[in-house]
Design a protein around this ligand. Structure first.
Ligand SMILES: Nc1ncnc2c1ncn2[C@@H]1O[C@H](COP(=O)(O)OP(=O)(O)OP(=O)(O)O)[C@@H](O)[C@H]1O
Ligand SMILES: [Mg+2]
Length: 413
């Protein structure tokens, strides 16, 4: 069992999580926080330390409702708060404590995702008011914070070479360049991924780091770790060397998607079949899953196994099954037999188009761009039109207003 899997197992066993967890650095703040938390919560948890300790601790426990963190030792309290916010689900309210008494710093810390920021020496009254304000922000009568559901589309192949990367690349291209939605394309196959190669871009740096250390995932990091293919399409695709294991942190996927979702409408993820812990987290976090397969006996067996795996961790998530190189009757299994055995409809058939793919192969461009009229391009275009995307902002009285979104709740295991 890998370290990540052990952490996941520990996490699901930890059902009795503290409602409030605090990390503070000095004795005086420690005693104030201790006495206030005892009044407010049945079993608060108070620890020594700052943001790094908090992220480390929370990577293996159920997130609390309220997290209090002393950011005064951090080189930049704002960056520390951004890292915390990226690593910890949005359902956790964060109260920062620091030494800098400056309104601009206060604003930046709140903009980075904290509910409140208190300056040392923290008094019992100030902390109690901050906790009250945190509760008020939970009040259903309070103005609603809009969290739009960003599309997180996981693409996985039933077997090697069935066309999952092709689908991911072309879908991301159509969503961004044709449908004009800001899109991030992420190749999670860190070792053997082909996305950078197929788009003729240099592999980006940072994806491995993000998956190992979600504390590093903030806005700045994301923008430096992405290659901008166009104004609307950015790509994260790496080519890690094959001699070292990636020490995947289970919270990293959610942190990465949350950070990417702040600046994109859609995230298309090319999911490797190999890494179980990554795959599981991606399925949990996805808003929909595209399973691409060939119509063959082995395609059927592995589609069944992947569907069963999805059902276990994300039973509510929409899954579309896509059969590639399948139209035209040349496939090894008949469509109706395949569907019956799979007990799942095949939602889309992509034709076999070797000519178009061969002539597109060396262009470094997606088929949908170089061969926009190819049958495969048209079919993926139709699929893109069916994908649920966040509402577009509407212009009203000259001001952009957002329609109410669904809100993403962190799924606790
Ligand atoms: N409909 C199609 N018609 C013809 N060729 C196709 C079609 N779909 C994909 N291909 C070709 O099949 C090859 C494999 O596709 P791709 O790399 O997308 O598969 P994959 O599932 O991502 O593979 P891996 O398991 O290695 O990640 C590519 O050369 C691609 O151009
Ligand atoms: Mg691939």
């Amino acid at each position: 069992m890998s370290v990540a899997e052990r952490v996941l197992e520990h996490k699901s066993a930890d059902a009795t999580a503290a409602e409030c967890i605090a990390f503070v650095g000095d004795n005086q703040t420690h005693s104030v926080v201790d006495s206030v938390l005892r009044e407010y919560f049945a079993e608060p948890l108070l620890r020594d330390g700052g943001p790094n300790r908090a992220i480390e601790f929370l990577s293996s426990t159920v997130p609390p409702s309220v997290l209090i963190v002393d950011v005064s030792e951090a080189a930049s309290p704002q960056t520390a708060m951004m890292s915390l916010r990226a690593a910890i689900p949005e359902t956790t309210k964060i109260i920062g404590i620091g030494t800098v008494n400056d309104i601009a710093v206060y604003r930046e810390i709140v903009d980075s995702g904290a509910t409140d920021y208190l300056v040392k020496p923290v008094t019992e009254k100030a902390l109690a008011s901050a906790l009250n304000r945190t509760e008020e922000s939970d009040d259903p009568a309070a103005p609603e914070v809009v969290h739009e559901e960003k599309a997180r589309i996981a693409v996985i192949g039933s077997r090697g070479g069935v066309g999952s990367s092709t689908l991911a690349v072309n879908l991301a291209w159509i969503l961004s360049e044709e449908m004009k939605r800001k899109t991030a394309l992420v190749d999670l196959d860190l070792e053997f991924g082909t996305i950078a190669l197929s788009l003729d871009i240099e592999p980006t740096r940072g994806l491995r780091e993000a998956l190992e250390n979600p504390a590093r995932v903030d806005g700045l990091f994301i923008s430096s770790a992405m290659a901008k293919l166009t104004d609307l399409l950015s790509v994260m695709a790496t080519e890690e060397n094959l001699t070292a294991e990636v020490n995947f942190n289970p919270n990293a996927v959610e942190a990465l998607f949350e950070a990417l979702g702040r600046i994109n409408d859609a995230i298309v993820i090319d999911v490797p079949r190999s890494a179980y812990a990554v795959r599981r987290r991606v399925f949990e976090a996805a808003t929909e899953i595209l399973l691409i397969t060939e119509l063959s006996l082995s395609g059927l067996r592995d589609s069944l196994r992947i569907l069963a795996g999805i059902k276990e961790v994300a039973p509510e998530t929409k899954v579309r099954v896509i059969a590639n190189r399948a139209a035209g009757g040349k496939q090894a299994m008949q469509l109706k037999d395949f569907q019956r055995a799979l007990e799942h409809k095949v939602d889309l058939l992509l034709p076999d188009e070797p000519k178009a793919f061969n002539s597109a192969a060396n262009t470094g461009k997606p088929l949908a761009q170089s061969h926009a009229k190819a049958k495969v391009s048209k079919a993926i275009r139709k699929l893109a039109g069916d994908i649920k995307l966040p509402e577009l902002k509407e212009e009203k009285d000259g001001k952009a207003t957002k329609k109410k979104g669904l809100g993403r709740l962190f799924r606790r295991k």
